[in-house]
Design a protein around this ligand. Structure first.
Ligand code: PDD
Length: 276
């Protein structure tokens, strides 16, 4: 496999990550996961804009211009002949003797690699199950930070319960999933948490909201409670890898009639058109 290491495309075996890399020791860095359909990165510019925003938020500078990075990612996908899958991109603050404050001598390190992966067709068709869990993450969930322990623990709890996703609840409101954004439908209205510091501003969330507007579906960008969620007619999650995916059961209880609902189906169809 060919990977991106700093500004070079090299073989994976040739990469050398230092034991004092700050991403490794502190989770001091940021990342993106970009979907590739038909060999083409999907919404690449939006992902790179978010990458830049995350970098700015943790006072980290990219080691070379964004235009160069965009080209390197296209080269990476081509070199690996990636038709369908994911591009993973990460920026670390670099390597320096271990000490919490920013080092003056470290050079930020970009790495990127590809993972072939097909679309989750069974989940998209039948829906998935979820549990609810307390949102114990920090207060800057809008930054796509490498510190993912809160997400890792929540996702593992879901897996332990035989579920696909953990829907996180903070101070009586549903924020998002451990690695997805959460939407619910009540009546004819679509609800999702507003894009503030309690959630990641998902690219798929944004595309879904644009599709909803285009389809004339009314949208409320307002927090809602777990009891509202329990009474929803439809619930779905969105993410780069899961697209628009129905949730048919939460905490062992069926959502609506236990089958993916009509508004979810409408949005899935519209999303599919985007990736054709
Ligand atoms: N997860 N919320 C969280 C906490 C996420 O980690 C993600 C993405 C999303 C959805 O964002 P987007 O639509 O831009 O993928 C929401 C990625 C895929 C991951 O960590 O693997």
């Amino acid at each position: 496999m060919i990977i991106l290491y700093d500004d070079r495309l090299i073989k994976r075996e040739e990469a050398n990550i230092d034991i004092e890399d700050r991403a490794y020791q502190f989770g001091d860095g940021i990342y993106e996961v970009i979907r590739v359909y038909h060999g083409i990165p999907f919404y690449l510019n939006e992902h790179l804009e978010r990458f830049q925003k995350s970098a700015d938020a943790i006072r980290l500078s990219l080691p070379y211009p964004m235009e160069t990075l965009a080209q390197k990612l296209l080269d990476l996908a081509r070199e690996n002949q990636l038709e369908e899958g994911n591009l993973y991109l990460q920026l670390s603050r670099g390597t320096s003797p271990r000490s919490h404050a920013f080092p003056s001598d470290a050079k930020p390190l970009i790495i990127g690699y590809t993972q072939p992966d097909s679309r989750p067709l069974t989940a998209l068709q039948n829906g998935v199950t979820a549990i609810t869990d307390e949102d114990i993450r920090w207060l800057r969930c809008d930054i796509k930070s490498l510190n993912l322990l809160g997400a890792v623990l929540a996702k593992q709890k879901a897996v332990d319960h035989g579920a696909k996703e953990a829907i996180l609840v903070r101070n009586g409101t549903v924020t998002e999933g451990s690695s997805t954004n959460i939407f619910m439908v009540k009546g004819q209205t679509l609800w999702t948490h507003p894009a503030n510091h309690f959630i990641l501003h998902g690219i798929t969330r944004k595309i879904t909201l644009q599709l909803a507007e285009y389809l004339g579906i009314s949208v409320k960008l307002e927090p809602f409670s777990p009891s509202h969620l329990a009474e929803a007619d439809e619930v779905f999650l969105t993410s780069t890898t899961m697209e628009v995916c129905p949730i048919v059961q939460i905490d062992g209880k069926a959502v609506g009639n236990g089958k993916p609902g009509p508004i979810t189906r409408q949005l899935q169809k519209a999303f599919e058109k985007e990736i054709e």
